[in-house]
Design a binder for this molecule. Structure first.
Ligand code: DGL
Length: 249
């Protein structure tokens, strides 16, 4: 069995975990939620890099064969440094799925929902630059989305008002594809789809990230598929929030 370490600022990375488990059901999973420091969205890159290093050490001590940075914000801030600091460790990161959105749009406008940290990072700006011109890219921070998910508020008037406030501007611009550029947001997907309506496609990159993790494990010769399955949840903050979302996965 391979040991798969996963981390995020909070419970959002569980949207990646649930895709990993579908593809790799016989591995050992160690999930770390940095709930004490959530959200990462407005934190400095320096702060996120320090946390990413600390959590990487924790996961390596637990025997991780691969580390999935299941957080777009942490990937943007820290994955290059992590790869340089731990050259023997395979890292898999997240990035807003601009490419499939650009290929899928009919209106020529794609909407990206992500944190402020992701949207200002050079990693994202470079990717966006590759497709801008062919399509128009409009963006919005999912203001308050992370807090909704951490509080387990995935539906109802409060969730609906919060989601609509950030999503509607993208729909008003004509976006017919919405990219979920933060791993917390897939837990709000039913609500996002309901507000956006049937003509709008919503893209969650987690299944692609799970496939990439499998490829990397195979490339590194990790003993994939031998079992037994197990999962450990760790949190630097309130473990209840993590458990609540885990129970939905
Ligand atoms: N889940 C994270 C992401 O994918 C971070 C959200 C946050 O802590 O602001 O960007």
């Amino acid at each position: 069995m391979a040991v798969i370490g996963i981390f995020d600022s909070g419970s959002g990375g569980l949207s990646v975990y649930r895709e990993l488990v579908k593809l790799l059901p016989a591995e050992r999973y160690i999930y770390y939620s940095d709930a004490a420091n959530c959200p990462y969205g407005e934190k400095s890159a320096l702060f996120i890099r320090r946390r990413a290093r600390f959590i990487t050490e924790f996961l390596l001590d637990k025997g991780a064969d691969v580390i999935v940075v299941a957080c777009n914000t942490a990937t943007a801030a820290a994955i290059s440094e992590l790869r340089a600091q731990y050259p023997d460790v395979p890292f898999v990161g997240m990035e807003p799925a601009v490419k499939p959105a650009a290929l899928g749009t009919k209106s020529g406008v794609i909407g990206v929902l992500a944190t402020a940290g992701t949207l200002r990072a050079s990693k994202y700006l470079n990717t966006r630059g590759l497709y801008e011109g062919d399509v128009r890219v409009v963006e919005h921070v999912g203001q308050g989305f992370v807090e909704l998910v951490e509080n387990g508020v995935l539906d109802g008037p409060e969730a609906e008002n919060t989601v609509r406030a950030s999503l509607q501007p993208l729909l008003d611009e004509g976006a017919d594809v919405i990219v979920l550029g933060c791993t917390h947001y897939p837990f709000l997907r039913p609500l996002i789809e309901r507000i956006a309506g049937p003509g709008v496609e919503v893209i969650d990159p987690a299944p692609a990230v799970a496939r990439q993790t499998l490829r990397i494990l195979e490339k590194h010769g990790a003993p994939v598929g031998e079992g037994p399955f197990s999962v450990e949840l760790h949190s630097s903050g309130n473990p209840e929030a993590l458990k609540r979302i885990f129970d939905l996965c």
